[in-house]
Design a protein around this ligand. Structure first.
Ligand SMILES: [Mg+2]
Length: 176
């Protein structure tokens, strides 16, 4: 169980992801979480920095699919201006939505990476299908009540992974 919770990479933010490194690994498709990975959950649309990052991804030849456990309203509003395929109410870590996202991009598990801020949804979901998993630190410290509880366990697990040498702690953080 624990092995499936260990991300392949742990970085401070999406902007710290080594995109060239992913390319070298043969990654062509990116499944990306929205809430607290790209923006805080209160932020309805992508800011210019995120838009520039998406442009960079596309220029580098990555296919992208956003994958969120949040509602249709939230996801549709977020993607309306950026026209990127998205799956809402994904029920991560269940496999189904990840498979759907890969199909939308025309990619396979060996060429797909997942980028997200939560170990028990994004990382576990990725690992269940053998996808490369990149954990980012949450954009905002503000969380739903249920997430706050999960975060406590997550922090303990991550500290243990770092202590056991399974994970390298990222330098810097965007957490307010
Ligand atoms: Mg998230």
């Amino acid at each position: 169980m624990l092995e499936r919770l260990v991300p392949d990479e742990y970085v401070a933010s999406v902007f710290d992801i080594d995109l060239e490194g992913l390319k070298k690994r043969g990654i062509e498709g990116l499944i990306i979480d929205i809430d607290n990975t790209l923006v805080s959950w209160e932020t309805k649309t992508a800011d210019h920095r995120i838009l520039e990052w998406f442009t960079k991804l596309e220029r580098m030849g990555f296919r992208i699919c956003l994958l969120s456990n949040n509602t249709k309203d939230r996801v549709v509003k977020f993607t309306e201006a950026i026209r990127i395929p998205a799956v809402y109410r994904a029920a991560k870590p269940r496999k189904r939505a990840f498979v759907k996202a890969m199909a939308a991009m025309g990619k396979t598990p060996s060429t797909t990476a997942v980028i997200g801020d939560q170990v028990f949804t994004d990382i576990l979901g990725a690992k269940r299908l053998g996808l490369y998993a990149v954990l980012v630190m949450p954009v905002s410290g503000r969380e739903f009540f249920t997430t706050r509880f999960v975060r406590k366990i997550e922090r303990m697990l991550l500290a243990r992974m770092v202590k056991e040498g399974k994970l390298v702690k990222p330098v810097g953080s965007r957490v307010i």
